[in-house]
Design a protein around this ligand. Structure first.
Ligand SMILES: Cc1cc2nc3c(=O)[nH]c(=O)nc-3n(C[C@H](O)[C@H](O)[C@H](O)COP(=O)(O)OP(=O)(O)OC[C@H]3O[C@@H](n4cnc5c(N)ncnc54)[C@H](O)[C@@H]3O)c2cc1C
Length: 524
């Protein structure tokens, strides 16, 4: 076993909730260790729809969640504007939609504190020419899109700057308890297989859809209704505003423009296993058809990939029967296991939305502080306040401007044509990581492999650059195979039209001229 560690707080889970808790606890001067079994955003947060909710989606069905989203939308914009594109959003009622819903929408928004501005159909079409022209009613709302990797990168870097230790690829495998008190946890490092003991004054379980499993390890109960949602990305930005259908929440009711793509989602299907992220071809077809209703022509646009994420919907002890997951509240829950299960020094924060991560973190850390108090000098808060004003929102043209500013002249080259990623971008990131980097990390940071070719060319170039930085060839090959397993999983169900030709080319390149050495690997 490697060296033991200790901190005021051990946060389990490196999704938006766990990273938010680590960030907030560090800001208050607490010492923090965060353990994530894969990479940051490796769970639901890296598989979400990408919307910074205005709250409009929930004003009728779930007003508490709507109000929280409205307030937290503003908060996140000021905390990490670089991770947010201020797209704005529309709610549109189309022919055949219940007119009563649209009629009640403005009052419901007002009651929930959600900003919404009524527009005439002509105004809505002028704001977003791609939208279905058969609009019956339209409202503008302050929706935005979020780059989750960038967001969690910013928050985790600030937490690390304040002393937090972020341990990716470390799974909590058991708890250490003395009587009815949690003393810490045992972590397993997936790279080395070694275990490591972490002691903490309080352990925060922020493992989303896995919260029930992790709580059970400490003899506590957290009931999670896991609900799988499927999304499909199109190869282009089909609209510049997020477009919501002005109806009760239902399948395929939002299209979100994110960077160079647009994403339609989602479904809502109860699943027994939080790791169940399967996607059925009929779900893809239903999503594409739904997008076509919001944006005519989307049905024949090029689809890039499909994926699923699993919502952690919380059901309180003695809560209502299983019901349809669509009707379960999206609001979050903070469980003090001392009061609920008689287990001290252990809390769970779960449910909610990515948009509400700051509020969830604030409430969880308030409870931690109530248990252990604050250190005398919260130095990090002061350091943060002294920082100069932060840069403005992300804008799509900024990506191009960045490329121009870092272009290393004739010796530089474009590694990823789809996203315009330069060799110098990759080399800089690989060098900064000092060998502990894979193609997946480059994808999350630079978007290599996210464009129309899905990595068909750039993945090999990236593998070469990682190998050049002296990483063992076997490890690079293994990483390349893992990258392709994941890529093909996402493209298999959308292989029709233009994307089918790309898929055939990608599979051929992978299987023959550029085949990784060793036994051929079965792909999805
Ligand atoms: C289909 C879909 C679309 C969505 N769209 C939106 C949207 O547009 N906007 C929005 O605001 N919200 C959206 N949400 C909700 C949002 O994505 C989630 O509420 C949020 O990401 C949950 O974050 P989390 O940190 O609680 O969970 P996760 O992101 O799942 O993080 C939990 C982490 O715990 C880790 N973990 C599990 N067990 C262990 C262990 N034993 N040891 C260490 N680590 C462990 C997991 O690997 C995981 O990374 C969507 C959700 C879904 C499913």
């Amino acid at each position: 076993m490697t060296q033991a560690l200790s901190a005021d707080v051990l946060v389990i889970g490196g999704g938006s909730t766990g990273v938010g808790v680590a960030w907030e606890a560090t800001r208050r001067g607490l010492s923090v260790i965060l353990a994530e079994r894969s990479n940051l955003a490796g769970g639901t947060s890296g598989r979400f729809h990408g919307l910074l909710h205005s709250g409009g989606r929930y004003v009728v069905s779930d007003p508490r969640s709507a109000s929280e989203c409205a307030a937290e939308n503003k908060a996140l914009r000021s905390i990490a504007p670089q991770a947010i594109e201020d797209t704005g959003g529309l709610f549109v009622s189309l022919e055949g939609d219940d007119p009563a819903y649209a009629e009640g929408f403005p009052l419901a928004c007002e009651r929930a504190g959600v900003e919404a501005v009524a527009m005439s159909p002509a105004e809505a079409r002028s704001a977003e020419p791609a939208v279905n022209p058969g609009i019956q009613a339209a409202f503008w709302v302050p929706d935005a899109s979020v780059d989750v990797w960038r967001l969690l990168g910013i928050l985790s870097a600030q937490a690390a700057e304040g002393g937090a230790k972020i341990l990716e690829h470390h799974e909590v495998v058991s708890f250490e308890q003395e009587g009815q008190r949690v003393l810490g946890a045992r972590l397993k490092d997936s790279a080395t297989g070694e275990t490591r003991w972490v002691s903490a004054q309080v352990v925060v379980n922020a493992t989303g859809a896995w919260s029930g499993r992790v709580a059970a390890m400490a003899g506590c109960e957290v009931e999670i209704l896991a609900s799988r949602g499927v999304m499909v990305a199109f190869a282009d930005r089909l609209s510049h505003l997020a477009i919501n259908r002005c109806i009760r929440p239902s399948d395929g009711d939002i299209v979100v423009p994110i960077r160079t793509v647009s994403v339609i989602g989602t479904t809502d299907v109860a699943v027994a296993d939080p790791d169940d992220t399967t996607v059925a071809p009929e779900e893809v077809a239903a999503m594409v058809a739904a997008a076509d209703q919001l944006i005519p022509g989307a049905g024949s646009a090029r689809t890039l990939r499909a994926w699923a994420g699993v919502r952690p919907l919380y059901r309180p002890p003695g809560g209502a029967g299983s019901g349809a997951t669509r009707t379960v509240s999206r609001a979050h829950a903070l469980v003090d296991h001392a009061t609920q299960d008689g287990v001290e020094a252990f809390v769970t924060i779960t449910g909610g939305k990515l948009t509400t991560l700051r509020l969830m973190a604030e409430e969880a850390v308030d409870l931690v502080v109530a248990k252990i108090g604050l250190p005398a000098t919260p130095a990090f808060v002061e350091a943060l306040e002294e920082k100069p004003a932060r840069p403005a929102y992300f804008r799509l043209p900024d990506a191009l401007a960045h490329r121009e500013s870092v272009w290393g002249g004739d010796r530089d080259a474009v590694v990823c044509e789809c996203e315009g990623v330069l060799r110098s971008d990759v080399v800089a990131l690989v060098a900064a990581a000092r060998g502990r980097i894979g193609i997946g990390d480059l994808r999350r940071s630079l978007r290599v492999g996210m464009g129309p070719c899905q990595g068909g060319f750039c993945s090999y170039r990236c593998a070469g650059l990682i190998a050049e930085a002296a990483q063992a060839a076997e490890a690079v090959t293994e990483d390349l195979v893992e990258f392709w397993k994941e890529r093909f999983k996402g493209t298999a169900t959308v292989s029709f039209g233009a994307q089918a030709r790309q898929e055939i080319l990608d599979r051929w390149l992978y299987a023959s001229p550029l085949a990784p050495p060793g036994e051929p690997v079965a792909l999805p």
